[in-house]
Design a protein around this ligand. Structure first.
Ligand code: NIG
Ligand code: FE
Length: 404
């Protein structure tokens, strides 16, 4: 692998002591897929280097998207139109649409179909500056179909450039076959998750995290706790979809089970914020989802920051509630609706997103020793990215030390 020297950087965003900082007058030396050093112009040797002239533009870490549902099959634009006409997301779900519609479509697809369906989305992500993505299963909801999803993900991770962090989300919804009149149906599905799915996922090393959709009408706090405890005992890291619509105690649960992150948090209570801070759970906010669901109620990001939390930001890319691969539009929404400054928004998709994936030691910042995942932008400062919205501002993506 060749050495690269990036010169004439206008603005460099990098982490220092847990915060993202804007630096000037810096050059970056890359070798062996990593950042070797960050120095002043003229300080780093050019011998044997390919020179990249950044032409006084903005250089940031490759973006990290810490919450997506990329493994799906088929789209749901009909529900988009239904919502425009006044239907509500949870009503559509209760009527058999929503997640369960995606489950029916994914079950009819093969592992090969899933791989083929996902590749163009990953390509779009890379072109928009995303170099690491968390991906959840959760449209299979049977042992066979959850494994099919995670195996497709494993193949995708090996065959294209974006790094994928796999999460098992068997507890995304109760599948149609366990929604009958029997009072023991729910218990039975939860037993399958705990006794069959988690052991199989761990045995084949198909996931790093286990996630649960803890929400009124989906998994209760008690059910979620049972699943998450089993997952943790089996060696998986933990994540939750928590307090998206109702504050039922998902944030407190995330703290209790020592989750790495709790995500959505639109309806989080003050007590929930306090417990997350105490247990060092990273909030992952998904303002694109609130926007796409046509709601005006956004997560209380400023309150979280005041309480000392450091929110990560993600696309939530999925066919129902957020059909976008681009973190750039999410930065714009995070600034306007969560009231984050452009720098706080960038911190959400770099440093804080890496923390939400337990990868702070290798990605999300541009220090010596980190992976050489870098974006050079068509902009001379970071404020221009959320400001110049709806277009792709990426000039060059460098993944693992190679220009892609
Ligand atoms: O994070 N809230 C639950 N799950 C997804 C939506 C999945 C879907 O609608 O297909 C989310 O928004
Ligand atoms: Fe989600």
């Amino acid at each position: 692998m060749n050495k690269i020297l990036i010169k004439n950087i206008g603005e460099l965003l990098t982490g220092r002591e847990g915060s993202l900082e804007v630096l000037h007058d810096k050059e970056l030396l890359l070798s062996g897929g990593k950042i070797v050093s960050v120095g002043k112009p003229g300080e780093l040797s050019e011998t044997g280097c390919e020179i990249i002239d950044a032409d006084n533009s903005l250089v940031t870490p490759g973006l990290v998207d810490p919450h997506t549902h990329l493994i799906f099959f088929g789209t749901r634009e009909d529900e988009f139109e239904m919502r425009i006409k006044g239907a509500d997301y949870m009503e559509i779900a209760a009527a058999g649409g929503g997640i369960r519609k995606s489950v029916r479509m994914l079950r009819d697809a093969s592992e090969d179909d899933l791989v083929e369906h996902s590749l163009p989305f990953l390509d779009n992500m890379l072109k928009h500056g995303t170099t690491t993505v968390e991906v959840k299963s959760g449209y299979g909801l049977s042992l066979k179909d959850e494994l099919k999803s995670l195996r497709a993900l494993k193949r995708l991770n090996e065959m294209q450039k974006v790094d994928l962090v796999p999460t098992f989300l068997g507890a995304h919804e109760f599948p149609d076959e366990y929604r009958g009149a029997h009072s023991t149906d729910r218990e039975k599905y939860i037993e399958i998750i705990i006794n069959e799915m988690i052991p199989a996922v761990v045995e084949e090393r198909l996931a790093e995290f286990c996630d649960v959709f803890t929400e009124e009408g989906v998994f209760t706090v008690a059910e979620s706790e049972k699943i998450l405890t089993a997952a943790s005992d089996a060696g998986l890291g933990l994540k939750l979809h928590a307090e998206e619509f109702e504050p039922i105690g998902g944030a407190e649960l995330a703290a209790r089970v020592n989750a790495t992150s709790a995500d959505h948090l639109v309806a989080i209570s003050d007590e929930g914020i306090r417990s997350m801070k105490e247990a060092d759970v990273t909030p992952v906010l998904l303002p694109g989802t609130t926007f796409f669901l046509g709601s005006d109620r956004y997560a209380p990001a400023r309150k979280m920051i005041e309480a000392g939390l450091k929110p990560a930001i993600a696309t939530d890319f999925n066919p129902g509630s957020s059909m976008t691969e681009s973190l750039q539009i999410i930065l714009t929404i995070a600034c306007l609706k969560l009231k984050l400054t452009p720098l706080e928004a960038f911190e959400g998709v770099t440093l804080n997103a890496a923390k939400a994936l337990n990868r702070s030691d290798s990605i999300g910042s541009l220090e010596a020793g980190m992976k050489a995942d870098i974006v050079i932008w068509n902009a001379d400062n970071h404020k221009q990215i959320p400001y110049h919205y709806g277009v792709n501002n990426v000039r060059t993506v460098i993944k693992g030390g190679e220009v892609v």
